[in-house]
Ligand binder design. Structure first.
Ligand SMILES: [Mg+2]
Ligand SMILES: [Zn+2]
Length: 187
């Protein structure tokens, strides 16, 4: 079976400020080591998928076409560093829309699973928010929480996780090192 790793986008691959959205390619600012970490996964035979909430579309801050442009730019920037993103899955609905795809609902992860056929229970979802950890739990995935993102402060203040992640990583590079080591042991 093909191996997959699912990543949250903002705060894991690229920088983001709370309350702000990446509405143009120029705003893409890769986190240090992120491209290399994805390239490392690819080199080890993992396809990498991105799952992200982007209610900026429903808010009218960005069109679907604009969002696609951001995805393509991110893809291009990463590819120039040897890293490949297989597919982007977005929820573009409002937080208040109560859809089934906005994290922490598992809809996007389930959709990705249906598309690519990976084993959810063996697949990691890496995110920088507590809600990402809950998303992984809701989808039956393994979860890694990365520090340095939007919920870093919450964690440092001692706020307990709503659900314990399998691993707390310094960043994506650390998360990938963990995944590769774990999969080697468990293989
Ligand atoms: Mg995030
Ligand atoms: Zn949605």
């Amino acid at each position: 079976m093909n191996k997959y790793v699912v990543l949250d986008r903002d705060g894991v691959i690229n920088r983001v400020t709370r309350g702000e959205y990446i509405t143009s390619p120029e705003m893409i600012d890769l986190l240090p080591g992120a491209a290399r970490a994805i390239a490392q996964l690819n080199a080890q035979g993992y396809a990498v998928i991105v799952v992200s909430n982007q209610q900026c579309v429903a808010l009218g801050l960005l069109t679907q076409k604009g969002l696609d442009l951001v995805s393509e730019s991110l893809r291009t920037v990463l590819r120039s560093e040897g890293a490949t993103i297989e597919e982007f899955f977005y929820c573009t609905h409002l937080k208040t829309a109560a859809c089934e795809c906005r994290k922490p609902q598992p809809g996007l992860l389930l959709e990705a699973q249906r598309r690519f056929g990976f084993d959810l229970a063996a697949t990691y979802f890496v995110g920088d928010m507590f809600s990402d950890v809950v998303t992984a739990k809701n989808a039956g995935c393994r979860s890694i929480f990365t520090l340095g993102g939007l919920d870093d402060e919450l964690h440092k203040r001692g706020e307990p996780f709503p659900h314990m992640p399998e691993y707390i990583a310094r960043d994506l590079a650390d998360a990938v090192a963990y995944i590769l080591a774990k999969d080697q042991i468990e293989a």
